[in-house]
Write a protein that binds this ligand. Sequence first.
Ligand code: SAH
Length: 507
Amino acid sequence: MTAAATSSSSRAFVSLIGAGPGDPGLLTLRGAEALRRADVVLFDYLANPDLLRFCPQAETIYVGKKGFSEYISQEQINALIVEKAREGGGKRVARLKGGDVFVFGRGGEEAEACVQAGIPFEIVPGVTSAIAAPAYAGIPVTHREAARSFAVLTGNTQEGGARYETLAGVDTLVLLMGVRNLDQISADLIAAGRDPQTPAATVQWGTTPQQRVASGTLATIAQRVRAAGLEAPAVTVVGEVARLRETLRWFDVAPAGPLAGRTVAVTRTREGASALSELLRARGASVLEVPLIRFAATENAAALQTRLRDLSGVTWLLLTSNQAVTALFTHLEHLGLDARHLAGVQVAAVGPSTARSLAEHGLRADFVPSTPGARHLGAQLPARPGEVALHLTSQVAEAELQQTLEARGIRYERAELYRTEPARLSTPELERLRGADVVTLASGSAARHLAALAGTNFTVAAMGPQTADAARAAGFTRVTVAREASLEALADAAAQALREEAEASES
Ligand code: SAH
């Protein structure tokens, strides 16, 4: 490849992505896609860290500013975006920002930094908290009868504040960054002519399980917010529409079920959304999904690429995880290749989930064992003795697959496609994990990873006696065992753990 070709094919690209207000379901499809493709992700305090599950292989950097204490300045963030985009011949950078990119997000400045550095970029708008937090509190910002216009203002007086007199004709006002100055702001609004009896509501952590709302009037809202102990991040709505919460409240109604009002952390050592989370939510819990492992790039990319470039002699490609499929296509893309490169080999998937990942890339698996698992794949693969099966996997590949295939005279080869490493939790992720009432453990390795990452001061529910033993060995003392090895039983065990704890504290 010539030097010119190298630079024109640089991957340097920046996606400025609105993460939405907190509920991970409010990320846009385009935002999820941009995260999936990212090499590096810079995320801030208000972007829900759950969204990082879309980019398990990317380098993630927390650049959060919390309140007024700046850990990292805007200028440093701009510089970091450019630096990361240029790193190693060009990387795809995803900049994940709370709410919408251009609503008080300083996204404009980050885009300008890209322009100045000559780095191509895209803007992926997000659902802004200015509209979504009121919506999750049952407050429409406009309404045919109550409001025909709305304005979004900053309540941060450091940034100059708004000129309230000029807003006289606007029906609904939505204040961001205003909780600390609410006394002053409401006094100023009244002085500028707003009726002190105008309904008002403040929504903290809108759209998340932690959402809390205080209601009142322009005259009382600051005091109500103080009494309720609401702090940033919060949005305050001032206008007739705030009254509609009385009839339209829907999201923060009291949940029912044995886990109502409790937070359960679901740990996982595999990729994929958890069916367990759904079962827990059905029991009223708010669920925090905590990945305990992360995927990293192979340490020997050169060897891998050589292996991938020339697949002659290989009869079967073996893929034993979704992550392997994702990594395979990333490497093919790096090599300037696509699915057609695999036309001459047969592809086997370890189970239906991996087969589905292949299908998403336009490939139908030639073989999937009737029961998912490495052992069954090894036993059932329709290969003949002497044929070569290439297993594209991580550094912790199951030895079983190799043993079963070699016992059948099939030549087993392995290439390290990616690496599995212990997860690194950012400060906000750790804080949220420590706030959980109970943590579920589906395996002994989950218990050991959790202890290493966050300590053992947790009430845990374990999938079975083996997991429970491993948890105790790792240092956990409050352990409840599921009555059988099923997700239903594990969800019940989480509820039981909290019941036992409540009983213990009563006696
Ligand atoms: N770009 C963001 C706003 C960033 S300014 C957006 O479009 O939403 C930060 C302010 O946003 C916070 O001080 C708070 O006023 C508001 N905010 C962000 N997320 C919020 C949430 N989940 N609930 C309530 N307010 C939120």
